[in-house]
Design a protein around this ligand. Sequence first.
Ligand code: NAD
Length: 503
Amino acid sequence: MTNTVKTVNHWIGGKAVEGTSGNWGPVTDPATGAVTTRVALASVEEVDAAVAAAKDAFLTWGTSSLAQRTTILFKFRALLDANRDAIAELITAEHGKVHSDALGEVARGLEIVDLACGITVQLKGELSTQVSNRVDVASIRQPVGVVAGITPFNFPAMVPMWMFPIAIATGNTFILKPSEKDPSPALKIAELLAEAGLPDGVFNVLNGDKVSVDRLLEHPDVSAISFVGSTPIARHIHTTASANGKRVQALGGAKNHMLVLPDADLDAAADAAVSAAYGSAGERCMAISAVVAVGSIGDLLVEKIRERAEKIKIGPGNDPTSEMGPLITAVHRDKVASYVTGAAAEGCEVVLDGTGYTVEGHENGHWIGLSLLDHVPTTAAAYQDEIFGPVLCVLRAETYEEGLALINGSRFGNGTAIFTRDGGAARRFQMEVEAGMVGVNVPIPVPVGYHSFGGWKDSLFGDHHIYGNDGVHFYTRGKVVTTRWPDPSDAPAGVDLGFPRNH
Ligand code: NAD
């Protein structure tokens, strides 16, 4: 690595802290393939130092007033708003997605900050008066303590914001372990939180890999783990953190289907399929990766998708004319390509082959073009696996029932969509499909902040979805207080060994 390579460290106890483990990871600019940054990879001792800082901060933050917390969150919201472009530029530089897409990610993260600014409403609690003679009962929710968030590369700003605004608004202190592939947006967010007046140690960024994750999972002072990433790691996180007595929400991978009924507006369906399959080069957990065409519309729909896909401009994310950027790493690009090169042998019809694509002047970037596979059998690897790249599979079904059975047969159940003009069919689909998030004529049904986000089956391990009411519940624990204040005129209750009854 040359001297021009930037160094990304940790943020612990309210300040940047240099990595001392001696281990560094490379961060590349996906558009050029050049290593631009080295990121510190924390040792067990550094994890322990971050947890100690967060534990210490919890002593005061956990009992801070709601007014103090929301004042800081409102200031943070304003700073975030003013820094949308700066954060989006950091995302593009390390992730590769186009600037407009990066801005969209920041905007969706900001929605959760909005929700956290209004936490006063959600923490009101419940009170029942006179449940028995002079007895009142209050239900309150209190923070759980030090919580950790482990996040994936594909949304380096939004996914952390699915977690920490609610965690800190409810009085917890937070340790973020971002993806080591694009760590810089997390550090920028830490600086903005500090500028907003967040006390030291309430929000910490610990950069690292499996070593730091595994230490967080076993650390006795970490009460809860939020994870978003691939299914195998989500399963590991859920099993290990649960065995260590922590509450855990672990969101995994996806294979999202879009069912297109014969009565659908095919132009709208083709627009939606192309946007949702190839946006962010398919590196979205809510990307549509399988279109199920029902009845005789298949050939026409595939033609409409092909026409649109061929027009997408691929290029560096910081070029305003680019619609799709590169993939995160060359290794990932090659893996994505292998699904396309192996597709024909598995019985798929290759309509568009994006392998071997390159961008002039950026030949070392992690490029791949758009691929479209038709008549994909369910046995093909391109259908079975989450590819996480710009590869769209089209499957054919004779009837709604056949299409539904195909979707429900998937091991994933993150998001899904139906395209139809038939309200009855759409309603039936929303009731019958096995997925956590459903779109009706909406291809990427990412819920707004005041609802919650989460899948079914291998797309989520744990009981809680992320953000919304589920987020508030996840980051707080219930306490119920039963109170009797006797009236001076009351006769002494006397001893009664019977189980207390309300009367
Ligand atoms: P990943 O699972 O490789 O990494 C996620 C996080 O886990 C990173 O912080 C990484 O450092 C850590 N990690 C990786 N390997 C680990 C190991 N062996 N032990 C402990 N920690 C480990 O995921 P990714 O490649 O960064 O992100 C893409 C994946 O995330 C896709 O599968 C995508 O579907 C999924 N994702 C899901 C959602 C959702 O809401 N369900 C949202 C975004 C991304």
